[in-house]
Design a binder for this molecule. Structure first.
Ligand SMILES: [Zn+2]
Length: 360
């Protein structure tokens, strides 16, 4: 049986599981549907995936093989999108890409959904099904971080390669320095940014301010390039961290607003399709599918955020369900009215039909 992995994007030609490991150098043979399952080649100590019952289980997947693990994550991602109507066919979305595993997976999954939508549109008789557009934004924070210029250059090269290697439809890449929110003159902007950051004495406050400025910069890119939704890679682990740190910082009132699938407080609404996936799962998927991440850009956290992050890692080691429990508990808080999108006149289903009727 073929592994069924689409093999889109950078280095995703292999499924990451042990399927075809010893079979034709990893080349799929989807026509041979009667070939014996690979379970026949399994050694006695190997366990079979509980879902497909054919491939060998991969560690830390909860009893799944590489293919079923990817499928289960993709299903969770897609369910968030469809249940909460996070992306519609007429949207033009901007993915905030930090280079970490979460945003890398968002890019991969969104690309897969977009490709399927494009195929459906091409296959339709009148080709009037709209396909949502995708852009990618990277905020260059080298003005405030100590990253070496060589490392940054290499990371930018990798970033361009990651985005350009995705198949059609083309995704525009926006690399924008964070200081551009202050001035079009980057040197002037850099001075203003550092001046502002210098007014904050504690490390936690400085980190939180930078996070806010990053969001302002993403909003600016979205507004100037006519994107109508901003997609973030915030996963369960990240949200659990935010729940604890917001409680510690006394930000309980606004907490329910920060942890929903949709946050329409911003001019361009923010959506979180990875809200139900753990960081551990996303890291593993990147490893299994050889999805390139820009680890060199990983800035260490500081102050309260760092303490909470380490505390949560310890909790998670003791019990892998902890992060989900924290988010599920926080979910009991009542969200605000802006945690849902305003209803649009044209829905996915009605739009093509209306256009067809007009044409007839
Ligand atoms: Zn399986």
């Amino acid at each position: 049986m073929a592994c069924g992995l689409t093999g889109t994007g950078t280095g995703t030609g292999t499924c990451g599981s042990s399927c075809y490991k010893d079979n034709n150098d990893g080349i799929e043979d989807s026509t041979n549907t009667f070939s014996p399952p690979s379970s026949t080649t399994l050694l006695p100590h190997m366990k079979l995936c509980y879902k497909c019952k054919e491939e060998e289980v991969i560690n830390s997947t909860g009893g799944l093989c590489g293919i079923c693990f990817r499928n289960s994550l993709f299903a969770k991602f897609k369910q968030s999108i469809t249940t909460h109507d996070l992306i519609s066919s007429t949207d033009n979305i901007l993915i905030a890409f930090s280079g970490g595993p979460s945003s890398r997976v968002v890019l991969e999954f969104v690309h897969e959904i977009q490709q399927k939508a494009q195929k459906n549109s091409d296959a339709s008789r009148d080709k009037l099904y709209p396909v949502f557009g995708v852009g990618v934004a990277f905020i260059d924070e080298s003005a405030v971080t100590s990253i070496a210029s060589d490392d940054l250059d290499n990371a930018m090269q990798d970033l361009r390669l990651i985005v350009s290697s995705l198949a059609l439809p083309t995704k525009e890449l926006h690399i924008v320095p964070i200081q551009s929110i202050f001035s079009t003159d980057l040197k002037d902007g850099r001075n203003k940014l550092n001046e502002l950051l210098d007014t904050v004495n504690d490390v936690t406050g400085k980190e939180d301010l930078l996070c806010h400025l990053r969001m302002l910069c993403l909003q600016k890119i979205a507004f100037e390039n006519k994107y109508n939704k901003l997609v973030l890679g915030s996963c369960t682990s990240r949200i659990a961290c935010h729940v604890l740190s917001a409680a510690v910082k006394g930000q309980g009132y606004s907490l329910p607003a920060d942890i929903q699938y949709i946050d329409a407080r911003w001019k361009t609404p923010v959506v979180l399709p990875l809200r139900d996936c753990l960081a551990q799962e996303l890291n593993l998927l990147c490893r299994l599918n050889s999805l390139k991440t820009l680890d060199v850009l990983d800035a260490p956290r500081s102050g309260i955020n760092d303490l909470v992050s380490k505390f949560l890692t310890t909790l998670q080691e003791e019990n892998p369900a902890r992060e989900r429990t924290i988010v599920r508990t926080a979910e009991k808080l009542i969200p605000f009215h802006f945690n849902r999108l305003k209803e649009t006149k044209d829905t996915d289903e009605t739009l093509p039909r209306r256009r067809r009727r007009k044409q007839a």
